[in-house]
Design a protein around this ligand. Structure first.
Ligand code: SF4
Length: 67
């Protein structure tokens, strides 16, 4: 896997969806924002699901997948 997830903690509203969908990748911090604990900790499809589910588009890939 050549890319990983990052969370923009300023944009994150702490809805918790990404933590529910990918608990191996995201964790909720004490300040109520999501944090990446393991950028490549789940299948890309599952991480993409969290990216798609985030209501404020706070999650992005760190780099494009290489062919
Ligand atoms: S889904 Fe988006 S807004 Fe919700 S906790 Fe995760 S990063 Fe934050």
């Amino acid at each position: 896997m050549s890319k990983g997830a990052i969370v923009d903690e300023v944009t994150c509203i702490g809805c918790g969806l990404c933590v529910q969908l990918c608990p191996k990748v995201f964790a909720m911090q004490d300040d109520g924002k999501s944090k990446v604990i393991n950028p490549t900790g789940d299948e890309e499809g599952n991480i993409q699901g969290a990216i798609d589910a985030c209501p404020v588009q706070a999650i992005t890939w760190t780099e494009e997948k290489t062919a």
